[in-house]
Design a protein around this ligand. Structure first.
Ligand code: ZN
Length: 258
């Protein structure tokens, strides 16, 4: 066993078998801003064997107060490529793929079935409904994680075992109706903290995929120093995980009117 993981392998929760499972795992990180970059770094350092990093955007100066793996000399370059390049130095043993593209239905259908888990580095709710459709359709676990201002929330989604995003929020809000980090701001440590929560949940799912995980939404306010756990139930008649109507992925009308 690689000595770099010695302090992680002695954890009874991980062990040598768990470390081997991490090494054989492939995680898709959708979005490589603050949330995605910190999550990718945690997973790479923990020994996840393969990462696919997706982001269409380039690094801008107002990203620098919160992102991981990127520095001022990187401005104007692809966030996905910058993260992959930094991780090649940090964790040379892993396989890395950087994809500079808008994550749409085509990418979701092609990539989600190929991975063991998806991490949420997105900055908009609309794409999370697409991700939720793809993960439920193909039975791939993912972590819904979102940050804004001084607070954030995170919930692991285990298709077939617990609630999905649409059990929690049945319909997406109208486009542009919610505040964003551009309008409401974002405290730098918030995405770091939520990335740590989502990375820890990801490691647990990858190490112990058969182990049950409580269906809870964790909500925290780092400025207010509060953390709450909200139980979430699978919704009766959920269009995604109940009726398996994948409108965001397949583009079909939600109700055929038959
Ligand atoms: Zn559902």
């Amino acid at each position: 066993m690689d000595e770099r993981f010695a302090r992680q392998v002695i954890l009874p929760e991980v062990g040598e078998e768990g470390q081997r499972r991490l090494a054989n795992s492939h995680v898709l990180v959708v979005g490589c801003g603050a949330l995605g970059s910190h999550t990718a770094e945690a997973l790479a350092r923990a020994g996840v064997g393969r990462l696919t990093l997706v982001d269409r955007d380039v690094l801008e100066v107002h990203n620098l107060h919160r992102v991981g793996l990127m520095a001022p000399q990187d401005l104007g370059q692809s966030k996905a490529v910058l993260c992959a390049n930094a991780l090649r130095h940090i964790a040379p043993q892993i396989r890395l793929h950087a994809e500079v593209v808008d994550f749409g239905p085509e990418q979701a259908s092609a990539w989600v079935p190929e991975v063991d888990l998806v991490a949420d580095g997105l900055d908009n709710l609309e794409t999370r409904y697409l991700l939720n459709d793809a993960c439920v359709k193909y039975g791939v676990p993912w972590n819904y994680t979102a940050v804004l201002a001084t607070h954030g929330m995170s919930m692991p989604i285990l298709p077939g075992k617990g609630p999905c995003l649409r059990c929690l929020f049945p319909e997406p809000p109208p486009t542009g109706s919610l505040p964003t980090c551009a309008t409401a701001g974002i405290l730098g440590p918030v995405p770091m903290a939520l990335a740590a929560l989502q990375a820890a949940a990801a490691l647990r799912i990858l190490v112990q995929p058969e182990m049950a995980m409580e269906a809870t939404l964790i909500q925290c306010d780092l400025w207010g120093r509060s953390i709450d756990q909200v139980p979430v139930e699978r919704a009766q008649g959920c269009p995604t995980c109940g009726r398996r109507d994948f409108v965001f992925l397949d583009g079909r009308p939600q109700d055929t009117g038959s």
